[in-house]
Design a protein around this ligand. Structure first.
Ligand code: G
Ligand code: G
Ligand code: MN
Ligand code: NA
Length: 255
């Protein structure tokens, strides 16, 4: 109960904010996009990781408000980077919890965030996990289609870890596959994992999708992914998630 009151108060005082982790193009080495990852910045300056509050926020329904604030801040950041770096066409992806799809007005919320920031919707991307696709499928498919009509790309997060990845891929066409970091981590250890990653890249490309490898921590992994024709890389080898001002500096130095 104490935690619930704290989350409600934190929403009112806007203590939830996005950190941004760069996603680089493996051909050019330049930053193509950022993933927005929520952090709870307490008045003391302490940063709380989403693992510590997202599950409870989902249970309490408060994830909807956190998600709405994240969308608004991400869209405002897109507007800022469009003005500062018009040639870069930087995109920002926002994570959506499955619970957010229970809101019939989710698409309207996204439309409003885009309109209020005055941005082109194509710069916004939405990340969903395979697990959300296990329930309530027709309504979700319809919402995903409405997002896609607006030019908003759908990223399938944590790909490969779900219960039935391939059937979801078939039923819920998305634009981009994000290969889960667990596969990338094991890539150097055995040829099996190396072949799994290589095959997911081919699968994505054969379906007309772009592929992002997550959890890239070493130069060796980065090089292997590049030689597999994977499109993008994200992970500590490139940079950890960081506040918006540091992300801006990162773009200036890297691109
Ligand atoms: O950034 P970090 O590694 O701590 O993120 C931990 C988990 O929290 C990840 O699974 C990530 O997808 C999730 N997460 C991060 N930001 C958000 C957000 O804004 N909304 C939702 N629903 N999940 C998020
Ligand atoms: O579930 P999702 O993929 O949205 O969450 C991404 C999570 O992975 C975030 O918590 C982020 O901080 C974390 N992360 C990002 N890059 C790396 C990495 O290279 N290694 C590890 N171990 N975690 C990472
Ligand atoms: Mn994600
Ligand atoms: Na992931």
């Amino acid at each position: 109960l104490k935690m619930e009151q704290e989350i409600r108060r934190a929403l009112d005082s806007h203590e939830f904010l996005p950190f941004y982790q760069p996603i680089v193009d493996l051909c050019s080495g330049k930053v193509a996009a950022f993933e927005a990852l929520v952090r709870w910045k307490k008045a003391t300056g302490e940063l709380v990781s989403p693992a510590e509050f997202i599950p409870l926020a989902e249970e309490l329904g408060l994830i909807n408000q956190i998600g709405q604030q994240m969308l608004q801040m991400a869209c405002a950041q897109i507007s800022t980077w469009q003005k500062d770096f018009p040639a870069e066409a930087l995109q920002i992806s926002v994570n959506l919890s499955g619970k957010q799809f229970n809101q019939p007005d989710l698409v309207d919320q996204v439309d409003r965030a885009v309109a209020e920031a005055g941005i082109d919707a194509q710069f916004l991307e939405l990340e969903i996990t395979e697990s959300i696709l296990m329930e309530n499928t027709d309504a979700i498919v319809e919402m995903l289609q409405r997002f896609r009509e607006r030019g908003i790309r759908i990223l399938m997060d944590d790909f490969g870890t779900g219960y039935s990845s391939l059937s979801y891929l078939h039923r819920f066409p998305s634009n981009v596959l994000k290969i889960d970091g667990s596969f990338v981590r094991r890539m150097g250890d055995d040829t099996g994992s190396h072949e799994i990653v290589r095959t997911i890249v081919l699968l994505g490309h054969n379906l007309g999708m772009k592929v992002i490898a997550e959890g890239v921590e070493t130069f060796e992994q980065y090089s292997m992914l590049k030689s597999m024709d994977c499109d993008y890389a994200q992970g500590y080898h490139i940079a950890k998630p960081m506040p918006a001002d540091q992300a801006t500096t990162f773009i200036t130095q890297r691109n």
